[in-house]
Design a protein around this ligand. Structure first.
Ligand code: HEC
Ligand code: HEC
Length: 265
């Protein structure tokens, strides 16, 4: 029931958002009627999705946000749904999201305005896709794949790091919802820090940007270097294989693998 109600809110909000310019007053009334305050303030010019920016934004989102807010930005047990977030709906080119990222605890504060702007195109695109494609009552069926094909794929691409009788034994008992299971396999959580070696010193990566890189060494001290062309930096991210695989899976591979993982009871 809650789910249905909130999806209905979404549809109303998106329609309103699309018409914001023409009918701000009407929309504000409808949405407030649904118990939410979106639609009262905010600029009147709608942000048209720029597909190139959305693609760049997807990359930023995948790097910094996906682990908590989920593949479709619809939230996880860790973090809220951004597609239904009034803050995101109201945002225009980062005017809400930028300040929010600086204000929210444990959020990345140093994204550039361009990165934040690109991410808003990605989020608006997700909102539009959600409004257009999703069946509002039932969640998508992600168990349409082929079990044997999924097993074969797993044995060829995954067993270097996983085992159906070892770390992933009973994975579908641990993660019983198939949508969550798909999400977790596509975007695993980070349980171990990224290892890095800088100028011969190895440790856990604390931060890296274009200018500096910091590590926490085995002795527990944090060391920071200024990045130059001569400075050697090697990163060893245990989740890199997963990020790379995202470009490799076909939709069929994905569904087959989820079907297989779901059989690991
Ligand atoms: C470590 C997990 C985590 C990561 C990574 C993360 N978030 Fe969040 N985010 C949260 C949690 C938890 C909340 C709820 C916090 C609160 O309400 O105080 C939240 C709240 C938000 C909100 C406010 C939503 C609302 O309607 O109030 C926005 C917007 C947001 N995050 C955007 C982002 C973006 C964009 C990124 C990537 C740059 C990101 N988050 C990365 C955990 C995370
Ligand atoms: C190069 C190593 C590597 C490869 C290849 C790899 N993974 Fe992973 N996978 C990881 C790491 C690291 C994690 C994070 C979990 C951890 O740190 O224990 C992870 C997490 C997962 C999780 C989440 C487990 C949980 O309990 O949350 C699933 C499911 C998963 N991988 C499935 C797969 C599948 C399916 C494939 C093949 C298509 C695959 N992985 C390929 C390294 C790998």
């Amino acid at each position: 029931m809650r789910r249905v109600a909130s999806v209905r809110f979404l549809t109303v909000a998106v329609q309103c958002w699309a018409r914001a310019r023409a009918a701000v007053g009407v929309c504000a009334r409808v949405v407030v009627g649904g118990g939410l305050v979106w639609g009262q303030a905010g600029p009147t010019v709608r942000q048209d999705v720029d597909p190139a920016a959305a693609l760049r934004g997807r990359a930023v989102y995948t790097q910094f946000c996906v682990n908590c807010h989920g593949a479709l930005a619809k939230g996880t047990e860790e973090a809220p749904d951004l597609i239904r977030s009034p803050l995101v709906l109201r945002d225009r080119l980062g005017n809400e999201l930028g300040p929010a990222l600086k204000r929210l605890p444990n959020h990345k504060r140093d994204l550039t305005n361009a990165q934040v702007g690109d991410m808003t195109h990605f989020l608006k695109e997700q909102i539009e896709n959600t409004a257009k494609n999703r069946n509002p009552v039932r969640p998508p069926n992600v168990l349409t794949g082929n079990l044997d094909a999924g097993r074969a794929y797993f044995n060829s691409k995954c067993t270097a790091c996983h085992s159906a009788t070892g770390d992933l034994a009973g994975v579908s008992r641990r993660i019983p919802d198939a949508v969550d299971l798909q999400q977790r396999f596509l975007f695993p959580r980070r349980t171990k820090p990224v290892q890095a070696t800088v100028a011969g010193v190895t440790g856990d990566l604390v931060r890296i940007d274009d200018f500096t890189v910091s590590l926490k060494t085995g002795a527990g001290e944090t060391r920071t270097w200024t990045r130059t062309d001569a400075l050697q930096v090697a990163l060893n991210d245990p989740l890199k294989a997963h990020q790379d695989l995202l470009d490799v899976y076909t939709d069929a591979d994905m569904h087959n693998v989820v079907r297989y993982l779901e059989s690991l009871k």
